[in-house]
Design a protein around this ligand. Structure first.
Ligand code: MN
Length: 134
């Protein structure tokens, strides 16, 4: 069985390495983009199973990138988890309003992080099965 592919959009090298360690420990395949513009392009080109999105990114912020992913029909169904140190309520509301599926704040609780990802992957897999039946 092919393992789920997760795209991490993150400009901080240390955070990126941590995500790789955690996600690969669960057997997930991991890809990355270092800025919002590339993130959106890679999502469209590779259709990952889930996206982990930072907010403060070069070229395009993660909220805008999330909105674009959710507005595009071919990528709208891909779960997006925003992980940010920007713990401002306004951003949280904007993130949820613009379609992110979950909003976590740094420092990440790794157990919670993996639980959220497992749940979203399971849910979107179930949705896809429903679509196939219809
Ligand atoms: Mn950043």
């Amino acid at each position: 069985m092919i393992k789920p592919l997760i795209l991490v959009v993150e400009d901080n090298e240390l955070n990126l390495r941590l995500y790789y360690t955690i996600l690969q420990s669960k057997g997930y395949r991991v890809n990355n983009a270092r800025d919002g513009v590339t993130g959106v392009a890679v999502v469209k080109a590779t259709l990952p199973d889930l996206v982990v999105m930072d907010i403060q990114l070069p070229k395009m912020d993660g909220l805008t990138a999330t909105r674009i992913i959710k507005e595009e029909p071919s990528t709208a169904g891909i779960p997006v988890v925003i992980v940010t140190s920007y713990a401002m309520q306004e951003d949280r509301e904007k993130g949820l309003q613009w379609g992110c599926d979950c909003y976590l704040t740094k420092p990440v609780n790794y157990k919670e992080f993996l639980e959220v990802i497992d749940n979203l992957l399971y849910r979107s897999k179930a949705n896809n099965r429903l679509k196939e039946v219809r």
